[in-house]
Design a protein around this ligand. Structure first.
Ligand code: ZN
Length: 338
């Protein structure tokens, strides 16, 4: 099996902070707590005062192009098909100068909108789009248009909504029977949402077998696997230990699959709604996200290549809390849920 060429994937530990933000398509810069200097690329120490007190700060993604270049030759095989490729330097409003992939319409001295996004190898890159354009420029899309999609559990309202949304987005074919599927470009695994703890081990084995069967081919065709999970996958709901254990197992397998498929050129995305009809059936209390809205969030994530999606206000709030104060979120979930 021929592997697609991937962009360079090695990053320093400091630079992995950019990858973390890019997986959720948040725009951050490294900021020095000692002197206030922002810097790019990220480093262990401040380039101005040498302090090690470096933090990530969410910033307005606005800048100005200060230089541009068009590459007509690259020693990286991954870029061969994209040549000529525009790159440049963009000065952020903090004064920080970033290297970025430029949209063809970007010009020197013009304002641009910056985006932090993942490339085909799963690493963070910066892109710049003219400020007046609505859509940011991504470096990696798994759009379902003209692709074969498989929904692992197509029964019920979510399966129906997903099928309708994928068809509307231009999917060539939407399948709902994993056993009869020989190859799919996009697999949407909805099988973790319902089920009891007694079946967890057997379900994990089935999920692994399906990933082993379809994953490598999917990655070679630069497709994606999407795990439809719940927020309990990354922060357990104290009132619902069985649901939380099931989600934690699904998260572990999703992360492992991502490492495997990223190395082969495929993507592994995950969606983490706070509440769905399935989580309510487990005794969780909250306003469930409708199957239609969950489906739209999932297809948007595929189109923009967003690795982790938090598609409702509660999940977005909680993931911010999780980054800064895991323990207080544990207490909050004990009161809010159940
Ligand atoms: Zn400093």
């Amino acid at each position: 099996m021929t592997r697609p060429a991937l962009p360079p994937r090695i990053r320093s530990r400091a630079a992995l902070g950019l990858t973390s933000a890019a997986s959720q398509q948040r725009f951050v810069l490294q900021h020095c707590s000692a002197c206030g200097h922002s810097q790019f690329p990220p480093q262990e120490f401040c380039g101005t005062c040498l302090s090690a007190r470096q933090v990530w700060r969410e910033c307005t993604p606005i800048g100005t192009v200060v230089a541009e270049a068009t590459l007509h030759h690259s020693l990286e095989p991954a870029f061969t098909d994209e040549i000529p490729l525009r790159t440049g330097l963009v000065q952020h409003e903090t004064g920080c100068v970033l290297t970025a992939f430029l949209h063809p319409d970007c010009t020197v001295d013009a304002p641009v909108r910056l985006s932090l996004t993942l490339d085909r190898g799963g690493s963070a890159v910066v892109t710049a789009t003219p400020a007046e354009k609505d859509e940011p420029m991504g470096r990696c899309s798994y759009s379902p248009k003209d692709r074969v999609c498989l929904i692992t559990d197509g029964a019920g309202p979510l399966g129906d909504a997903l099928e309708a949304t994928l068809v509307k987005a231009g999917a060539a074919k939407v399948l709902t029977r994993p056993a009869e599927c020989e190859e799919a470009d996009i697999v949407i695994d909805t099988s973790w949402l319902a089920g009891d703890l007694a079946d967890l081990g057997a379900h994990a084995v089935r999920a692994q077998a399906l990933a082993d069967r379809l994953g490598p081919g999917l990655a070679q065709r630069q497709g994606a696997w999407v795990s439809v999970l719940g927020f309990a996958a990354i922060a357990p709901y104290p009132a619902c230990p069985e649901h939380s254990a099931r989600m934690a197992a699904a998260q572990a397998l999703t992360v492992a699959l991502r490492a495997r498929l990223n190395a082969l050129g495929g993507g592994v995305l995950a969606v983490y709604p706070a509440f769905t009809e399935e989580t309510l059936a487990c005794g969780v209390e909250g306003q469930p996200l409708s199957p239609e809205k969950l489906s739209q969030a999932l297809v948007s994530a595929l189109e923009s290549g967003q690795e982790e999606s938090f598609p409702d206000p509660s999940s977005r709030l909680w993931v911010e809390r999780l980054a800064g104060d895991r323990k207080s979120l544990e207490r909050e979930l004990a009161f809010v849920v159940g």
